[in-house]
Write a protein that binds this ligand. Sequence first.
Ligand SMILES: [Zn+2]
Length: 100
Amino acid sequence: MRPHGKLEYGGQAALRRTCVGCRVRTVSSELLRLVVVEGVIVPDLRRRLQGRGASLHPTLSCLELAERRRAFSRAFRVAESLDLSRLRGHLEEQQAERIG
Ligand SMILES: [Zn+2]
């Protein structure tokens, strides 16, 4: 998949981030920002939470890729495994909405 023309030139350069799942680099607005709160990965929907963040496409497939590669521990620089249930629940809800 190739990133396509959502970047704005001239104005403020669009921020680019790498998805921790599929490793595709894209504009940050297409990715879900994640932070860790007490060992639990939570989606930072308003992009307001403090601390180290990671970015993920809001899809279950990217979540699974990241999980398999232990990308979250690396992104958040923690040794222990993180609780993904809240993030998974959020993505499942979104997916259900898209399917209808
Ligand atoms: Zn991805």
